[in-house]
Structures are given as C-alpha cells and as structure tokens.
Design a protein around this ligand. Sequence first.
Ligand SMILES: *Cc1c(COP(=O)(O)O)cnc(C)c1O
Length: 820
Amino acid sequence: MFQEISQKQIAEITEGSFLSGKDELLVSQIAIDSRQILHPEKTLFVALRGAKADGADFIPQLAELGVKTFLVHLDFDALGIPDVCFIKVSDTRWALQLLAKYQRELFSNPVVSIAGSNGKTIVKEWLGQILGQKYAVAKSPKSYNSQVGVPLSIFGIEPYHQVAILEAGISRAGEMAALEEMIKPNLGIFTNLGTAHQEGFDNLESKLQEKLSLFSASNFLIYCTDQKEVSIQIEKLFSKEKLVGWSDRAGAEFTRSVKVKVNGARLILMKADLSTHTFQVPFTDVASLENITHVIVAAMTLGQNAESIQEGIAHLKSVDMRLTLKPGINDSLLIDDTYNNDLAGLKVAMDFMQQQRPKRRKILILSDLLQQGSPEKIYREVAELIRKYQFDHLYGVGKEIFFLEKEFQETFTGFSSTEELLASLDPETFANDMILITGARVFKFEEVVNRLQQRIHGTTLEINLNALTHNYNFYKKQLSPKTKVMVMVKAFAYGGGAVEIANQIQTMGADYLGVAFSDEGIALRKQGIKLPIMVLNAMQESFGLCSEFDLEPVVFSPEFFESLASWCLIHQKKMRIHLDMDTGMHRLGFEKKQLELLKGLIQSNPQLEIASIYTHLVGADEEIHREFSLSQLKSFEGMKNEVLDILSYHPLIHALNSAGIVAFPEFQFSMVRLGIGLYGVEVTGKHELALRAISTLKTTISQVKELEAGETVGYSRKGVLPAGGTIATLALGYADGYDRRFSNGKGYVLIQGQKAAVIGNVCMDMCMVDVSGMDVKAGDEAIVYGEKISLKELADQIGTIPYELLTNISTRVKRVYYLD
Ligand SMILES: *Cc1c(COP(=O)(O)O)cnc(C)c1O
C-alpha cells in the first residue's frame, strides 16, 4: 500500500462511523479474503458480500487471529467480539473503492490503464516487462480488473514504484464510472472491441461509450484507428490533442507496416513527422501483432527509445501466462507459474496452491523476482509468504534469492542458474507432493515444468477454473441467498475431472456434491474433499463403503429402503439418506402410491435420517414441456409435504437442475442441483452469452501431407479431395472421445483460427482434416472445442447433446487446470 492510514482516517475516507474500538492504530494492508492475511495487526479486513459468501462470517475467527480493524455493513452485529475496531459503512465495496481512490491520489507517477475486449492482460504484461527493464513497475496481478480487482491492484502500488499499469474490465452498464474514479489514468490504451459480455449492455455502442469513459481525464489515449466503430466514437468524444492513433493506412499518428516471415515479423512504424522505427517481433498472428503495436506505441508515448523497446521485445514470448495446475510425476501436482515475475503474482499463485487438496509436502521452486526495488525488503516479504503458506522445501535459483538462505537454512537449496538446478534435480525425489514452480521469464522454468510433469500425449483438455466460478456465480444470482447449491460432479464432473472440479466447488462455497456411484464419492473423499456427498445410485455391496466414507445414498424404492435400514441395524450405524420422488421421469424414485409404505418405513427406522427429499424434471430446458414440468413440481410439493408431516426435523427440499434454475426459480425450495450449466452450457438457450466455456479440447498436428487428385484418406477410402490438396493428421481419435460421427466433414477443428473439416473416417487414435490452402506444419495446435466452437453447435451437428460430448472425453486425455 502506498501509505499507512489510521483507523480514524479510514472512517473519514469511507464516510463510516465507529461501532467500537480505538481509532489510532495504523493499517498498512487491506484484505478481503480471510485466508490471505499476513500481518493481522496491521490489516484492515473489508467484509464484502458476494454471491458465494458474506465476508462478515469470518470476522470472529479473524479477530481471534489478531486482526484489529474491520469495515462492515450497517447491519453488522458485533456482539461478543471484544477489543477490535469496527467501522460501519452502508456498502463495503464502495468503501473499498474509496480507499483505493485515496491511495491512488497519493501516487504521482504515471498510471497507465488498459480497457477493451481482448488482449488487456497481455498488453499489460508486455508493457510491464518492457518498462520493467528500467523502472519499478506496479501492475495488476493476473487479470484483476473488476470492481474489486482494481482496488486490490491499487493497494499493490508502493512508494518506490515509478509507473503503474492497471487493467479495467466491466461486464455491465454503469460499472466504469467507479473504475475511472479510482484509476484516473494518465495514459490510456484501448485494445479493441469484441462482442463478449454483450449481455449487460443495451448495444455495442453503449458498451463502447461506457468503456471509453475510463479515459475522460487521461492525457493520452492509444488506439487503432482501423476499427471504424471504435475510432468514430473516440474521435467524437475526445479532443484531438490527446489521441494517439495507429493504423495500417496512412494518415494516423503512427502508420504501421508489417512484413510477416517464418517465425516472426518486422514491424515498421512511421510517425507523422516521417521518422521511422523498425522492430523485430517474435509473432506472426494478427492478435499478437495488434497487442505488441499497442505496447510499442504506449512505450514510445511514455518516452522510451526504440532501442530499449526492441531489447524488451527480444525477451518476450507469446507464452502461456496463466497459472496452471498440471499432473506431475508420481502423483504430484504442479502449479506452473513460469511467467511470473513479481510479488503480487507470487501471492496469487500461493493462494491458488492453498486451495488445492492436501499433499504430502509443499515444495517451492522460485527464481529471483527481477523486480525493481530493495531486495532486502522484497525477500523479507517473500520469506513471510513462505512461512505463512508453510512450504516444506525451497529451491532457489538466481543471485538475490540467496537472501532466503539465512532465513530457511536446511530447507533451502540454492542454485545460481536453471541449468544447475536441472542438473541436480532428481524427479524421483518427489512423490505425492505439491510443487509450485514460479520464476521470471528469463529463467526458463518451463524446462523445470517439463522435467516434472507427467508425460502428456498430444491431446489435452484445458479447464478454466475462473470460468467455472463465473458460471457458478451466474446461477447463484438467480437464487435467493439462502438457497443451497448441490453441484453434480458425476461422470468425472461431466468430463472435467472430478477431484479438481470438486475442489474448486468447495472453495467457491457450494453446499453439496452429487455423484452417480459410490466409487466416485470414495475417490473424492480420498483426495480430501469434505463437502457432503449424495450418491444417486449406491449399490447394496457398497453400503459399508458409504458408511466408512461418509457418503449419503439416494433411496428410491421401498426395497432399497429396507435393505439399507437392516444393514444399518446389523452394523449399528446411522446414515443420512436422500429420498427420490418419481414425478414423471420414470427412472428411479418412489411413486405416489408408495408413500404410505415409505412413511411407515421412515417411522420404524430412525437409524436412517432423511437429509433431503427431491425430484427430477424431465424437460426443464424445453418450453414445450413447461406445463408438464409445472405439473411435476406441483405433484412433488404434495408428495414431499406428506413425508414432512411425519418428520420432527427439516430435510432439504430440491427439484431444479441447471435448466430448472433458469426456468422455474420460484420452485427453488431450499436447494438446487447444478450440473451442465456450471460446465458452460446453458441448455435453455436464454442466457447463452452469460456463461463462459470452461473447457477447451486441444490436440496437435502429427503430420502434414500433400494429396494428388484421386488419392483417398483413411479407412474404407471415405475421404476424397477431388482436386487433391493438403491434409493434416491429428493426434485425436474416437478412443479419446472424439465421436466417430464427426467423420467425413461433419466435424471441424480450428487451426490458426481457421476451420479445417474432418476428412475421411475418424480412426481410433487419429483423424485427418483438410488444410488445403492453409500454412500449417507438424506440431501446430488444433482446437476441437472451446470458446470459439460451441459444444451445442457440435452436438447438433451429429444429433446428440452437449452432455454426451463432455462426458465422452476419455480419461487418457490429460486435464490441465488454469486461472486466466
Ligand atoms: C445429472 C443430474 C442433475 C443435473 O442436471 P443438469 O441438467 O446437468 O443441470 C440434477 N439432478 C439429478 C438427479 C441428476 O441426475
């Protein structure tokens, strides 16, 4: 934080009032997450109310930990928490923003801010690296660009910083004003306008105007004049003096020409005064070229000379900059943060690690941070983080990292270079460990990751855990805050990987998990998942395991009830069970005529406690079944009331699946069961844009071949290119879950953003696509589905449903998890 503030100042800045406590204590850190507190005494905890939880719930435990200062809502009841200071405000999020605004105003060096639909994070990272060669740069960690992310980024600005780069992202109308108030950028960059998140806006134009309002007070605004709707608005809204446009045509402040070569491009910028500057960049794709142009123009506008910009570019790579969770050797888990180079990012990575399931040891492999500023101070903070997150062993690489040696002694092993580390690193020393690998670019820690990760064959399913949280919050918003959420993680969490997904769900604060079979529940328990778990189809043979692993079976017939009840009697166990009411699905469940029998069984078997009563809708996703769904819900109400009448306690009541939540929110009862929607498919089609795709299935090209006219492709000679052409063989077949019905042009993949249709029959482990006229080579990536290819469209194409495509992905395809 830029400057310490007293409790009294906090109350003044936030227009809050004291509820209790002293007012002179100084605060130097602000936290909104109870798990991220380093110096309790010096921390202000801001209790935010989110879709998943109320921060105020953590106050008693934080007070115990030693936190002395809290910002709370007016209705907060501080009964029984002594010796701490509560400052009450009408809205804690607003108060957080006021504090950010205050801290921002104390910083008098340049602030750069980036808005636009795509590329914000990349532009921020690249500009940060180029400026970071000479200056101490503060930048938003990862993509912290929201109403809460921006304040947190601002609190990361320290007095020694010489420039700050902050992202600004909005998802609905009215949000930018608050961000502008806080950021007050001196220099703005507008990347581009896409169609993402259209939902929260009336139309594209109002969305654009809102985004541009970030730059009302900035001295400079960098943009590409070739995007017409953008430049028209910008030129209408702002005075000419502050505009710095670039274009591929003559007439702008900077005119760009690009010569693309095999593994890079030459980019020439000509200024209005006809001076020219040439840059070699290591990219060829349109998006990266656009991003780097924004970066170069921004750096030049900030007074950097072309040589030092070029030197910075030479160290950039269009690498994966996400925080990624990967399977490691011997059942270890790797957290790959090889792009990280500052303290703020390190904290995010450690926190992410903390949320993963427990492992034998926690290992940190860390390079010098290459952050400008006093090393003593930086490494003291690093040491505190290492203690807080309780690492068991630390491998340090670099020169400055040796500061940590005296702190950790025998748990520290130091190396002067990555080569030296690699030479002495024996992967077999790791088993069932959690390994966080984080290092600045130049240390090339991706080689360390390569060494420690499980071999991955050509196809991977990448899962975006932030998108999962986004989707969860979308459904949470449709519900009353009291309604509980059971997330269905059956069938390997719809193909996403049960344990990792369940773990994220646990972190997000869901209430229950649902699985199909006991095995699935047992696997979750063995990996440390603590949420209650309902098992849809527990078999007689697994009653013992259900009891041992604390799984709660669904009971769907009188016979099942009796056999479970007598098992419990014989073994002297109690069990929590769920009752399935059949209201029209006719799959499993009690029928209306069996209710009398059921009630008798419940009364004579108190060893079975009814945890919940539920039913399942057969057509909640389709408007034509609306009447039938309503009749199911009505008859369920009657049935569950009959059972409730004989109970002296209150089980949970639930009926809605993902589609039901959207279509019948008035029937949410006390819980809902979320499935496909969490995984990014909105089956009713009403809110498609509100959800984000969580998984991307990727594979690689194994070989490229030229075919003559008349030659055929694959088994049974089904694939024909009448005039000949080029085909690419992909490392993906039906054994990986790529449906054979995609054969012969039914399916396509994206290679370099272009569609390539499947040619011939899909084979067991491979398939071929038509890449005629495209410039592709072995090793290139092909996207099978993801953000740009919707699952629904693909499913329609072969006459199935997204559920089947998701759950078909074979377990031999490695799942990789990341935060974007
Ligand atoms: C799978 C399942 C769900 C989830 O359904 P979605 O359509 O994926 O939301 C809910 N309830 C039961 C009983 C299920 O089997």
